[in-house]
Design a protein around this ligand. Structure first.
Ligand code: PMP
Length: 420
């Protein structure tokens, strides 16, 4: 697979060779790294991408969920241009940030007040700062295999070298263990930080019982329950928390919400968020040159105020559910140990049978199949994350979904001996 891949992409190979001399691994965003070298995209339109060697792809990755609106949503591009025409950042508060704050507060009952950042990572770090300031405690509980940004990656023990705060761990989707572990930490624990569906960890949805246990245990110990909805907020007008019927104390947001411009936000109960209120004594600082940058704020107002309404969110969710069902039907018909997990417009392929409730150590054979799947999809003109995740964007049509199903069906037929 590597040889055919490399032979068809001389320009991408060249770009990578040059980049490697300047940036370790040839990139500045680890998720984009894979061997032998990543395909370099040069242009996008709607949900189509073109690489440096002139190949065209159906973009089912949607910039890891940030590209919800596709590559050429006119209203977003116009809003950004219009904002920039009035001056590149003015060292000032502005009305756009107020409008976007209103749109977010109006959608998430868990968010009475909100503040902006430039990334989901910062949003999580600041939410943890708020929880620590509010509770006067320091420790945070996270999930094994959870992902909350570059410095908050819990896929393995090795990642913990990045983490700047004291941590406790529990297992995803184990309500009894979560209850026990949180109660055991008692008044040591400032916060519990959790994705209501693991995104990077494999599109593994949380059970209602698990989220319910986190809610109850944190209420009992006084820890702040933070839902990281950086990816999952797309699953409904008020995010996945609304769909699950669980209200956290704080919520973090990011990705698509500023129309694809750099963005993050964290918010929660007014009583917690007030730790940043400069009108009060002893406030915590939350600075950041680009927190309210004019292009993200302007794009966010259009994205959340005009385009991504509740109805659009529901339609996208339904399209993704139908796609995942069709893909799983292909796997079931072939009788192969392969499945697609996720919710709504986010889904990931796994090469094992049985329910997947938490991240697992993949066997070498599973890793090889995952890699083969990725390169076979690329060869068929379908662009996914290297780990096999898809995140549908709004321009993706039913016909595009049908094409993905057909290509996966071909993969299953062609690779049957390896899969069985
Ligand atoms: N939380 C989750 C659940 C994410 O998936 C991500 C990004 N993949 C982040 C936080 C970090 O966001 P950013 O990359 O914007 O820092």
């Amino acid at each position: 697979a590597h040889a055919a891949y490399a032979a068809g992409r001389p320009r991408s190979a060249e770009i990578h060779a040059r980049a490697r001399r300047l940036m370790p691994g040839g990139n500045t965003r680890s998720v984009l790294f894979y061997t032998p070298f990543p395909t370099a995209m040069v242009r996008g339109e709607g949900c189509r991408l073109w690489d440096a060697d002139g190949r065209e792809y159906l973009d089912l990755l949607g910039e890891y969920t940030a590209g919800l609106f596709g590559h050429s949503e006119r209203r977003i591009i116009d809003a950004v241009k219009d904002a920039l025409d009035r001056g590149i950042n003015l060292a000032s508060v502005g009305e756009a940030e107020q409008e976007l704050a209103g749109l977010i507060v109006g959608r998430f009952p868990s968010i009475e007040m909100v503040r902006f950042t430039n990334s989901g990572t910062e949003a999580n770090l600041m939410a943890l700062a708020a929880a620590r300031g509010f509770t006067g405690r320091v420790k945070t509980m996270v999930m094994r295999g959870g992902y909350h940004g570059g410095v908050l990656t819990f896929a393995s023990e090795r990642n913990a070298v990045n983490v700047p705060i004291p941590l406790a761990f529990t297992d995803y989707n184990d309500p009894e263990a979560a209850m026990r572990d949180i109660l055991a930490e008692g008044d040591q624990l400032a916060a519990v930080l959790v994705e209501p569906m693991l995104g990077s960890g494999g599109c593994i949805p949380a059970s209602a019982a698990f989220l319910g246990a986190l809610r109850e245990a944190t209420q009992r110990t006084g820890a702040v329950l933070i839902f990281d909805e950086v990816m999952t907020s797309r699953h409904g007008r008020g995010g996945l928390q609304e769909r699950m019927g669980v209200t956290p104390d704080m919520t973090t947001l990011g990705k698509y919400m500023a129309g694809g411009m750099s963005f993050g936000a964290f918010g929660g109960r007014a009583g917690i968020m007030e730790v940043f209120d400069g009108h009060r004594p002893g406030t915590l600082p939350h600075a950041g040159t680009f927190n309210n940058n004019v292009w993200s704020m302007a794009a966010g107002c259009v994205a959340m105020g005009e385009i991504f309404d509740g109805e659009t969110a529901e339609a996208l969710y339904a399209r993704g559910e139908a796609l995942r069902e069709a893909l799983n039907a292909v796997c079931a018909r072939a009788g192969v140990p392969m499945q697609f997990t996720g919710r709504g417009s986010m889904l990931t392929v796994h090469f094992r049978a049985g329910a997947i409730e938490r991240p697992y150590a993949a066997r070498p054979a599973e890793d090889r199949l995952r890699e083969l799947f990725f390169f076979d999809m690329l060869a068929a003109g379908i662009y996914l994350a290297r780990r096999g995740m898809a995140a549908l964007s709004l321009p993706v049509t039913e016909a595009d979904c049908a094409r993905y199903v057909a290509v996966v069906e071909e993969f299953v037929a062609a690779r049957q001996p390896l899969l069985a």
